[in-house]
Write a protein that binds this ligand. Structure first.
Ligand code: 3H9
Length: 693
């Protein structure tokens, strides 16, 4: 606690993000109590040292007995103070951090501050008054939207919504002290958020609004418990006296925080941060500066990747072989921005600003100015090699040269240049401007600072980068492949596409494997298999008939014009039944549990091989890949976490059983899975042991 005249300034200093661990809570309580009792103190400013105001409760304390004082107790003590209390925030006042500010009379913010209640992303709801106080300050609709999305809002929106009283340019603490002195001089009435009613009163007469919100959320939340609890808590804010509402919030919070969903979501939070750590990286290594990017190819991937750069404010030049392809690519980009504007997700000026950062050309010479080049041409080795040959001649000596391949050998591509150290893979996921995952493929010779640069750029353009090694399909697609094989195998043994898809959706995936094939296009795999000289029993028969999926209105399902809803097709069922007969497979009834386990356990088995080969550094990296790139339900924590949760012996035994039932050798448990199961070990501990080594 410091003093500036009659104003006491309490500074929370717990790097890196001032998380509200026990000592912070105790310290705040002690100093607020002292300042309140000190007659020479006329106002109290609360602020945070370092890069941010408090970014919330200390998540590592969840799941353990909470040491007093609890956060709610600290906030209640602040609320009782009869002199002006002012929270001066910067950085990211989030969760419990924002809740502390709601216990103060006033809030002032530095420009650039982002304020929010992100608890929902951790499978919980705000537990120290957020659901009761925020709606009283900003209104029910705005408050509920913030709580349900978990996304922070910028300071200027917070000012407009009434969450912040003033934006302070220049020195935040000096500005906050000046604000406090003004409050004292003007004898401004002290406003307790808990006593406000005008913004929630209108909702009391319309309880049906909550039912609508609940119905919408349960449709979208797909198995998540926290969103419905959040609505329930905000409903309590409107319908109950404030203290009863706080009690209800607390009950809902406590139930969620000890639940499996939140545990899994907290695991993913830390797994994402762990993925940023590359075990053998020399410490203090600086990424190279990336001020300009070039993307080769204006197709679906190239366009999406270019948009990601422009969205992050990095100028990007897109190179195509001819004007027509370039125009097509730019038209699609513009259309995508327009859709965002129409949806209200982006302001027109912002869309224009981003679009202006994109330039197109048919000349490879543009590569000369690039700090990073991302090749996104057709997925064919010879074409990629040609492009890299050209890049090698034109690019600056220290430019990072990246290939956006989904399967191909990055080392082979690197070898076509005289600078394989500068080459790596950046595997984006479609649509690349939306999907968060970025697999960064580390080649045999990739230099550490090139890897660090790709990671830094990935983060800058809003992705979650995960380093993987070179192998066919890297981590994500390599694990997808046995899932697809089993999905088809299940059809041959007796299931229908809708049975398999329904089981996958019930498990928590946004769509099942066959609906996904129809969306991605059945012809993609068909062409690859044709080139490899292999054949797939059912998908290839469909593709032979021109049934490519949604784009032709028929695939595993039928799609009515303009609709994406899959309708089962008897013709497909006939093809499947005939295939079983031809192969001499007796069809049987396959229950949901077997469907789910046969889709998921082979993925886990492949994940174990990936770990064993060192293609992923740790099991949690695999989980991050599946959550951010393939729609794995976050509340189940990722496939390797899920396997640990079930117990590896169970997974091993079921795989062995299914291998026998279906006569499918590829289902046999891998050596690592077998060993860890025998040792009563886990994938998590295997990853940890390797990192420590
Ligand atoms: C809550 O508040 C509940 C209350 O309603 C009720 C309570 C009763 N705790 O992300 P970074 C670590 S729930 C512990 O790389 P950035 C993080 O693991 C909480 N640790 O930095 C990392 O460690 P390491 C609601 C935390 O600048 C280091 O700090 N709040 C916490 O890219 C740096 O983090 C949230 O959900 C934490 N709360 O992003 C906010 N936060 O270096 C969660 C961070 O060892 N945090 N760490 O890997 C974030 O969203 C981001 O960390 C933030 C900074 C935006 C703040």
């Amino acid at each position: 606690m410091q003093r500036d005249g009659a104003v006491a300034v309490i500074v929370v200093d717990n790097p890196p993000v001032n998380a509200l661990k026990h000592e912070v809570r105790a310290g705040m309580l002690e100093h607020f109590t002292k300042a309140a009792a000190d007659n020479s103190v006329e106002a109290i400013v609360l602020t945070g040292a370092g890069r941010t105001f408090m970014a919330g409760a200390d998540i590592t304390e969840f799941g353990k007995p909470m040491k007093p004082p609890g956060l709610a107790e600290v906030i209640a003590a602040i609320e009782k103070i009869h002199k002006p209390t002012i929270a001066a925030v910067h950085g990211t006042p989030l969760g419990g951090g924002l809740e502390v500010t709601l216990g103060c009379h006033f809030r002032v913010a530095a420009p650039g501050t982002r304020l929010g209640l992100p608890e929902i992303k951790l499978g919980i709801i705000p537990g120290a008054g957020g659901t009761q106080l925020l709606p009283r300050l900003v209104g029910v609709e705005k408050g509920l939207a913030m709580i349900l999305s978990g996304d922070p809002i910028p300071a200027k929106d917070a000012l407009a919504a009434g969450l912040v009283d003033e934006i302070i340019e220049g020195d935040l603490v000096k500005g906050a002290v000046a604000f406090a002195k003004k409050v004292i001089a003007e004898k401004r009435p002290l406003r307790h958020v808990r006593d406000l009613d005008d913004k929630i009163a209108p909702f009391r007469a319309h309880p049906d609004k909550f039912n609508e919100a609940a119905a919408n959320v349960s449709k979208k939340s797909r198995g998540l418990e926290a969103p419905l609890a959040a609505i329930e808590a905000v409903r309590a804010a409107v319908t109950l006296p404030v203290d009863d509402g706080l009690k209800r919030e607390r009950e809902l919070f406590m139930k969620l925080v000890v639940g499996e969903q939140s545990k899994a979501q907290r695991y993913i939070f830390f797994a994402e941060r762990e993925a940023a750590k590359i075990p053998d990286m020399p410490s203090g290594l600086k990424p190279r500066e990336v001020a300009r990017a070039v993307v080769i190819g204006a197709g679906t991937m190239g366009g999406g990747i270019s948009m990601s750069f422009a969205n992050a404010g990095i100028p990007v030049t897109v190179v195509e072989t001819n004007e027509e392809a370039l125009k097509r690519g730019f038209d699609t980009i513009q259309k995508n921005y327009q859709i965002s504007v129409q949806r209200g997700a982006l302001k027109q000026e912002e869309a224009d600003r981003r679009f202006a950062l994109l330039t197109g050309t048919t000349s490879m010479d543009a590569v000369k100015d690039a700090d990073i080049v991302i090749e996104a041409v057709f997925e064919e080795m010879e074409i990629k090699k040609q492009v890299f040959g050209a890049l090698d001649k034109l690019a600056k000596p220290n430019a990072v040269l990246a290939t956006n391949t989904s399967y191909l050998n990055v080392d082979q591509i690197a070898q076509t240049t005289k600078r394989p150290k500068e080459v790596l893979g950046t595997h984006f996921f479609s649509p690349a401007n939306v999907m968060k995952l970025l697999e960064i493929v580390r080649g045999k010779e990739t230099a550490p600072d090139v890897l660090a640069t790709a990671m830094a750029v990935g983060r800058k353009i809003g992705k979650v980068p995960v380093v993987v090694g070179v192998c066919h399909g890297f981590v994500g697609n390599r694990m997808l492949s046995p899932r697809q094989n089993q999905a088809e195998r299940l059809l041959l043994e007796g299931a229908l596409p809708r049975d398999v898809d329904a089981a996958a959706v019930e498990f928590g995936f946004p769509m099942g494997p066959f609906a996904m094939s129809d969306l991605a296009g059945i012809d993609v795999g068909w062409r690859i298999r044709k080139a490899l000289g292999t054949r797939n029993e059912i998908a290839d028969q469909l593709a032979d008939k021109g049934r490519y999926g949604q784009k032709t209105g028929r695939g595993f399902y039928i799609y009515e014009k303009g609709s994406r809803s899959p309708i089962p097709d008897p013709e497909v069922e006939e093809i499947i039944v005939a295939a079983s007969k031809r192969l001499g497979i007796a069809r049987r009834v396959i229950d949901k549990q077997e469907i789910v386990e046969r889709l998921i356990f082979p993925m886990i088995n492949e994940g174990a091989k990936i770990l064993d080969e060192g293609i992923a550094y740790r099991a949690s990296d695999i989980d991050v890949i599946w959550v951010y790139g393939y729609g794995w339900p976050v509340w189940r924590g990722g496939p390797m976490y899920y396997a640990d949760h079930l117990g590896l012996a169970y997974v091993r035994d079921q795989l062995a059983k299914y291998a026998k039932v279906s006569g499918n050798k590829s289902l046999e448990p891998s050596p690592l899975l077998t060993r860890l199961a025998a040792e009563n070990g886990s994938f998590a501990s295997f990853g940890a042991k390797k990192s420590a080594a």
